[in-house]
Design a protein around this ligand. Structure first.
Ligand code: ZN
Length: 277
């Protein structure tokens, strides 16, 4: 089981044969995200019937031990991910994986690429081999060098901090109210400024509100909770819900960086409308 449910959506891509070759994962917890990536690597490579602690195959065991040639983890060396680290990985991945289906590299804190190391990696990203997958993990995708970012599929892997797993009926109905009104009604701006402003005057209240929606929709997107009675989201395709999730993350970033709340909410309403239509 993943700690962040959104990994199930990547796993589904694998089952549907739509697995990308490079993933940019933005997260609030790099270590936990790394553990989930390892879990995913086991699931898509396991030769036995993967279960939480697979004892049927040796591969899962080797991954736990961090002792398998087809899996390379790269951390920044000092203040940079160095060109030599990338060259070394590429050299090792010239040979096909033996025990596993894929050669996998995981780069933690991938915002530490410099121009040299990023350029070195480009060939890998531009002419991907079918049996090589890369995961780039960062706290802030905006800091990742654009040559890499633009070639990755972006995902958000957020970990619940002090929120429980259960949403009260009251909060679910509030999320639904808000999202339906912002998505589906023509006067979303006014709605933002009147109805909801009454409820949420404070910036931190908005941060909390959007953080809860973020977790809720992430759970919805991987079928962990049902949508309840929602006239707008209920009919929405999953890929659209995933797009909304990424917009909500942007909103949270703007809110936390002290932007003008009204402008941020209006921007959100516009983007939600675009996704909805
Ligand atoms: Zn296994």
């Amino acid at each position: 089981m993943f700690k962040c449910n959104n990994f199930n959506n990547i796993l589904n891509c694998y089952h549907e044969n739509k697995l990308s070759h490079a993933f940019l994962l933005e997260t609030n917890d790099i270590e936990q995200c790394y553990k989930d990536v390892l879990e995913l690597v086991k699931m898509i490579n396991c030769s036995g019937k993967y279960s939480e602690e697979c004892e049927e195959c040796n591969l899962c065991h080797l991954i736990d031990l961090g002792n398998i040639p087809s899996l390379i983890t790269i951390d920044p060396f000092g203040n940079n991910i160095k060109k030599e680290q990338i060259l070394d990985m590429m050299e090792r991945f010239k040979s096909k994986p033996i025990y596993s289906k894929y050669n996998t590299y995981i780069i933690r804190q991938c915002d530490y690429f410099n121009q040299h190391s990023a350029n070195t990696l480009l060939k890998f990203l531009e002419e991907p081999e079918d049996d090589i997958i890369g995961f780039f993990i960062t706290n802030n995708k905006m800091n990742v060098i654009s040559t890499i970012r633009s070639r990755c599929q972006e995902w958000s892997m957020y970990y619940k901090e002090d929120l429980g797993n259960n949403y009260s009926d009251e909060s679910i109905s509030q999320f639904n109210d808000y999202l339906s009104n912002v998505c589906g009604k023509k006067d979303a701006f006014i709605y933002n400024q009147t109805e909801f402003k009454k409820l949420y005057e404070d910036r931190m209240d908005w941060v909390r509100f959007f953080t809860e929606i973020l977790y809720y929709l992430t759970d919805v997107s991987c079928d962990q909770v049902t949508l309840g009675n929602n006239d707008v989201l209920g009919k929405m395709e999953k890929r659209k819900i995933i797009r909304i999730i990424s917009k909500i993350e942007d909103i949270l970033k703007y809110l936390k960086s002290n932007g003008n709340i009204e402008l941020i909410l209006d921007k959100f309403a516009i983007e939600m409308r675009n996704i909805y239509e």
